[in-house]
Ligand binder design. Structure first.
Ligand SMILES: [Zn+2]
Length: 281
C-alpha cells in the first residue's frame, strides 16, 4: 500500500497519532500531517527519513567510486591521506577550495565537496560523527529541516575556506578541500542552538563540548580545514535560528529539502562532466 486513504497515522513532525486526512495535527500544529496519504510510506524510512543512511551510503559509494576510477594513482600517504583518491579524480568529482573555484571556475564545488573524502581515516571519522549527530538533529528539527541545515552548512563552510584560501592564505584557507566535516559542524551548531532556544542544557552543553573538542582537534592535527569548520558552524547556526526548532516542521520544508538533494545530485554529475572537459582541454 503506497497511499493510505483513511484511518490514523503517525504525525511526521511530532510522532503523535493523527487522522490521515486531518488538515492540521492537533498536537504540534503541523499542516497536512498525512502528506496526502504518503506519510506512512515516508515514516517507514525512519524518523530521519533515512537521511543518515543516505548520507553515509552516498559518501562511502562516492569514495569507492573515486578509488576505482583511478586505481593506479591512489595515494598511500599517512594519517588522513592513507588510501586517498588521486588528485585528478578528487578534482573531477568536485573538490572545492580556492584553486577549483577561482582558477577553474568550478563554483558549484562548494555544494559537492561535503560528499567527498580524501582518505580512509578521513571518511571513517566523518561517518562516525554523522551517525552520532544526524539522528538527534532530525529528532529535534525534523528530517527535512536537518537536510536543509546540512546542505547550507556545507555550502557556507566551503565558501568560507575557499574565500580564505583566495584572499587570506596566510590564515590557512584551502587551495583544495573536501569532507563532510563542514556539514557536521552545521549539525553541531543546530544542537547548540536547540539547547539555547529550548533551555535544554543537556543537549546544548553536550553539543558545545563536542564542538570545542573538534575545533581544538582541527588546530592540532595537520591538514584540517578549520575555515570549513568555522563556516559550517556559522551557517548551521544561522539556518537553525531561522528555522526555529520550537515550531513544527512544515510541508514547504520537505520541498526545500528535496530541492537541496536534487541540486546536490545535479552538481555532482555536472562536476564530472565539466571536469572531464576541463582536464582534456
Ligand atoms: Zn504533530
Amino acid at each position: 500500500m503506497l497511499r493510505q486513504k483513511w484511518g490514523s497515522i503517525v504525525c511526521p513532525s511530532c510522532g503523535n497519532l493523527v487522522g490521515v486526512n486531518d488538515q492540521q495535527c492537533l498536537t504540534c500544529g503541523r499542516w497536512n500531517p498525512g502528506l496526502w496519504g504518503f506519510a506512512p510510506l515516508l515514516n517507514r524510512l525512519g524518523r530521519d527519513l533515512g537521511f543518515t543512511r543516505f548520507v553515509m551510503g552516498g559518501c562511502i559509494s562516492l569514495y569507492a567510486l573515486m578509488l576505482i576510477a583511478d586505481p593506479n594513482a591512489i595515494n598511500t600517504g599517512r594519517a588522513l591521506n592513507f588510501l586517498s583518491p588521486s588528485m585528478r579524480v578528487l578534482f573531477l568529482f568536485g573538490e572545492s577550495g580556492a584553486i577549483p573555484v577561482f582558477a577553474a571556475g568550478r563554483w558549484w564545488t562548494v555544494i559537492t565537496a561535503g560528499w567527498l573524502h580524501a582518505g580512509l581515516l578521513h571518511i571513517f571519522f566523518n561517518m562516525m560523527w554523522i551517525r552520532q549527530l544526524a539522528p538527534p538533529t532530525s529528532e529535534m528539527y525534523g528530517p527535512s529541516r536537518m537536510v536543509i541545515i546540512y546542505t547550507i552548512a556545507g555550502i557556507t563552510g566551503f565558501t568560507a575556506s575557499t574565500m580564505a584560501g583566495a584572499f587570506l592564505p596566510v590564515l590557512g584557507g584551502a587551495g583544495f578541500t573536501v569532507g563532510a566535516s563542514a556539514p557536521i559542524f552545521g549539525l553541531l551548531a543546530a544542537l547548540v542552538y536547540y539547547g539555547r532556544r529550548t533551555g535544554s542544557s543537556m543537549v546544548g552543553d553536550q553539543a558545545k563540548s563536542w564542538a570545542v573538542t573538534l575545533f581544538v582537534f582541527g588546530f592540532i592535527m595537520p591538514g584540517i580545514d578549520n575555515w570549513a569548520h568555522l563556516g559550517g558552524f556559522a551557517g548551521g547556526y544561522i539556518t537553525s535560528r531561522f528555522l526555529d526548532p520550537l515550531r513544527p516542521e512544515r510541508l514547504d520544508h520537505l520541498i526545500v529539502a528535496l530541492v537541496c538533494l536534487a541540486v546536490t545530485g545535479i552538481a555532482l554529475v555536472f562536476s564530472i562532466v565539466h571536469g572531464l572537459g576541463f582536464l582534456r582541454g
